[in-house]
Design a protein around this ligand. Structure first.
Ligand code: ARG
Length: 462
């Protein structure tokens, strides 16, 4: 292609170096913005006609040309050219090919700088809406599973050591809380994404009598960027998105780590469905939890995307710099990765099948009701620190006998606890008694889990 064919070729006297041409091009990755680029251009052309910069005929011709191009791209009939650098110039050149000189008027009063900023915001807004929907479905699946397992006792851990009995339902509700905050962050980020840069033009605005409010309302934006320099150079919204995406991935990674541990032979707390696992090419007995492992593994790349965008921005003077072309790949990658991982979890979570017996046995082992015994003594007027000491000695004795606390006789317990203790002590030493007793908002008692699920459903709708 000759130099003159480039939309900006007028002042140049030699052709672009071939390497530089491909080095500076972004069309290989920004072509995915085509839908939003065309949507933005149609709104821009309509506004130009409304303020009298274009005639109605010119507008109609531009709009139908752009619609034709959209169809060509949808149907894979569009010829993308690296020589035309990016998605914007590819589409504009094709428009001129299709409708002639009128196509050359589309770029009146705008620049690729405000155009690309608008495209990314439109794209990200749509993606955020999709992500919110997937998260809502996943949250709802967590609530259903938590309700089903409100009574399923499992060990709760600190330091990955068995600590106190809890319920599987309660554990799932902890995941619910994490992801509900993630959804809130998405909704909040959307407010700052959904602001219109178009009208900032190259950096200082335009000399044409544009109607930015009109463009904003045509494109469904909630407001317009107040400052043209900021409008073309602000990528905070993308950084913010990658920040919340990173945190969501960190949450999914923590869940994944638990799923991997729990589905191991050693824990055997849960069974993952075969359709979410893979085998080994050499060890016929293997069933590997690849899906949660991959989710855990993909977390790093999203955090990397965030780091890339932060570094991209840190030394940029105002206003637009070509550096910003580098914002797209990390952003697209963060969006795609988060969407895939949430989709994987949405499929996996409802299919988690806990082994009740095994979880209960594990909850009962390791003196997990020791705190319950201490609390019992406190209710019988023993100061907590003394109760702690008494229970510690009882645990030592049980260890030396190789049995659990609940298997000591009343007489044996009385050796340490004195006469304060009665046969009803055995109620608190069972794992069921232990979870039932933590009966307050935020506690693990099955009734509390059921109540929290109910509240969760209305929080989800809010
Ligand atoms: N492909 C460019 C980007 O992604 C579009 C804006 C180019 N603007 C410019 N002045 N070179 O940022």
């Amino acid at each position: 292609m000759s130099q003159q064919a480039k939309p900006w070729g007028g002042r140049f006297t030699e052709a672009t170096d071939a390497f530089v041409e491909s080095f500076t091009a972004s069309v290989s990755f920004d072509r995915r913005l085509y839908h939003h680029d065309i949507e933005g251009s149609i709104a821009h052309a309509s506004m130009l006609a409304a303020v009298g910069v274009l005639t109605e005929n010119e507008r109609d011709s531009i709009v139908s040309g752009l619609q034709e191009i959209h169809k060509e791209i949808d149907e894979d009939r569009f010829e993308w050219r690296v020589t035309l650098e990016d998605v914007h110039m590819n589409i504009e050149s094709r428009l001129i090919e299709l409708i002639g000189d009128t196509g050359k008027k589309l770029h009146t009063g705008r620049s690729r700088n405000d155009q690309v900023a608008t495209d990314i915001r439109l794209y990200l807004r749509d993606e955020i809406d999709t992500l919110i929907n997937i998260e809502t479905e996943l949250l709802s699946a967590l609530l259903d599973l938590a309700e089903k397992h409100a009574d399923t006792v499992m060990p709760g851990f600190t330091h990955l050591q068995p600590a106190q009995p809890t319920t599987f339902g309660h554990h799932l509700l902890a995941w619910f809380e994490m992801l509900l905050r993630d959804r809130e962050r998405l909704v909040d980020c959307r407010r700052r994404v959904n602001i219109l840069p178009l009208g900032s033009a190259a950096l200082a605005g335009t000399t044409f009598p544009i109607d930015r409010e009109k463009v904003a309302s045509m494109l469904g934006f909630d407001g317009i960027c107040e400052n043209s320099l900021d409008g073309v150079s602000d990528r905070d919204f993308a950084i913010e998105f990658c920040g919340l995406a990173s945190l969501t991935m960190v949450h999914l990674s923590r869940w994944s780590e638990e799923l991997v541990l729990w589905s191991s032979q050693q824990f055997s707390f849960i069974e993952l469905p075969d359709r979410f696992c893979t085998g080994s090419s050499i060890m016929p007995q293997k069933k590997n939890p690849d899906v949660p492992e991959l989710v855990r593994g993909k977390t790093g790349r999203v955090v990397g995307d965030l780091t890339a965008l932060l570094m991209l921005m840190k030394s940029q003077p105002l206003a637009y710099n070509k550096d910003n072309q580098e914002d797209k790949e990390p952003l697209f990658d963060a969006v795609d990765t988060l969407r895939d991982c949430l989709t994987a979890m949405r499929g996996l979570v409802p299919a988690i099948n806990p082994h009740h017996e095994r979880m209960r046995d594990a909850a009962a082992a390791g003196f997990t009701t020791a705190t319950d015994l201490a609390d019992y003594l406190v209710r019988h007027d023993v100061p907590f620190r003394d109760a702690h000491e008494i229970v510690g000695r009882s645990v030592g004795f049980a260890l030396s006998k190789g049995v659990d606390l609940a298997l000591l006789s009343l007489e044996e317990l009385k050796q340490f606890a004195g006469e304060q203790i009665d046969a009803d002590v055995f109620d608190v030493l069972t794992v069921e008694g232990s979870v039932k007793a933590r009966n307050h908002i935020g506690g693990t008692a099955p009734d509390q889990v059921r109540a929290a699920v109910k509240r969760g459903r209305s929080r989800l709708r809010a």
